[in-house]
Design a protein around this ligand. Structure first.
Ligand code: GDD
Ligand code: MG
Length: 329
């Protein structure tokens, strides 16, 4: 099976650790590895090294190459002339694979997924359905997050379901209703036969597909900037969902980061050195010694130029800081 890894996103949800030039997927805080490196290892469970292609931006190509070397992995790296979101990235990757008729997995690089038995089984089921459906992997929602795609499972298939509806990033009230109605989260991973994907793209996003008949630079100039989710998955009638029960997280906030990491006796997650008198359950990241007295449930993230201090429970509001800074220029 071939795998395309999408590693060109600029998400800043873990600001100030993640920046546009050093986004979340490259932070090496997960057992000393990055989410990108873990994704690569996951890809290598089902693909040979020469079957893995990483699609990234010019800004991140050296990070990608360094981190691949860091885990002794090889693979092809495609550099986009400009970032136009995930659909152009996938079309670029598929064009590079030429006329393969084998199923292709598309992995985001900003997730943690436990590679247990259930994961392997879900991949196998998906592979069997991939000639007839664009496969998504559905995760049972834990809260009404607005940053995910939501999937309504329909008629049962062998190991999965037809997708009755796919809705990308609904508002909070809609997300709450979807959870009550049994929708699943879209994990962000896809698996499909390239022929079927291109056929569906021809129906759903013909402008993007025709752009990629041109040479790469021109293709990226011409194509609309759109994600696979909005461009194809919301519109196609040929999607299926395979439930994924393995632990899954897109580490979208410092709260999630804390929840996933190993804690010390006081419930602190510390990257660096921490002297804590009373208190606990903090996330502390710093190159300096951090001393706290009676501090609990906080995220303290210290970088060269920005120090972030906030209650963990409000950590998802980091976007407000990023937005304010961007407006200030
Ligand atoms: N090469 C390349 N070029 N990669 C990109 C680009 C691009 O222009 N834009 C984003 N990516 C990469 C990101 O690095 C990430 O690994 C992946 O594509 C998904 O993009 P995100 O921007 O992180 O998407 P999202 O998190 O908002 O939403 C997606 O993931 C959710 C789960 O975390 C969607 O698929 C949702 O439906 C899904 O629920
Ligand atoms: Mg993401």
């Amino acid at each position: 099976m071939k795998t395309l890894i999408l590693a060109g996103g600029r998400g800043t949800r873990l600001f100030p650790l993640s920046r546009s030039h050093f986004p979340k997927q490259f932070l090496q805080y997960f057992e000393g590895e990055s989410l990108f490196q873990k994704t690569l290892k996951r890809a290598l469970l089902f693909s040979a090294p020469d079957e893995v292609t990483v699609v990234t931006s010019a800004d991140h190509r050296f990070l990608v190459v360094d981190q691949m070397k860091g885990i002794g992995a090889e693979g092809r790296v495609l550099v986009e002339p400009e970032g136009k979101n995930t659909l152009p990235a996938v079309l670029y990757g598929l064009k590079d694979l030429a006329d393969t008729d084998e199923p292709v997995a598309v992995f985001p690089s900003d997730h943690l997924v436990e590679t247990d038995e259930a994961y392997g089984a879900a991949m196998k089921v998906a592979e069997c359905l991939a000639d007839d459906y664009l496969i998504t992997f559905g995760v049972t929602p834990r809260s009404p997050q607005t940053g995910y795609g939501y999937i309504r499972p329909g008629a049962p298939l062998d190991g999965g379901y037809r997708v009755d509806a796919f809705v990308e990033k609904p508002d909070l009230r809609t997300a709450e209703r979807y959870i009550a109605e049994g929708f699943l989260w879209n994990s962000g991973m896809f698996l499909f036969n390239p022929r079927l994907f291109l056929e569906e793209c021809r129906h759903c996003m013909p402008e993007a597909l025709s752009a990629f008949e041109k040479p790469t630079e021109e293709a990226f100039r011409l194509t609309p900037a759109i994600s696979v989710d909005y461009g194809v998955m919301e519109r196609t009638k040929r999607a299926a969902v395979v439930p994924l029960t393995s632990a899954w997280s897109d580490v979208g906030s410092f709260d999630a980061f804390y929840a996933l990491a190993e804690k010390d006796q006081k419930g602190n997650v510390v990257h660096g050195e921490h002297l804590g008198i009373d208190g606990g359950d903090n996330l502390i990241v710093s190159d300096r010694l951090v001393a706290t007295i009676g501090v609990s449930e906080m995220a303290i993230v210290d970088t060269r130029d920005v120090l972030l201090v906030c209650p963990k429970a409000e950590a998802q509001r980091v976007g407000e800081v990023v937005g304010t800074l961007q407006r200030r220029g």
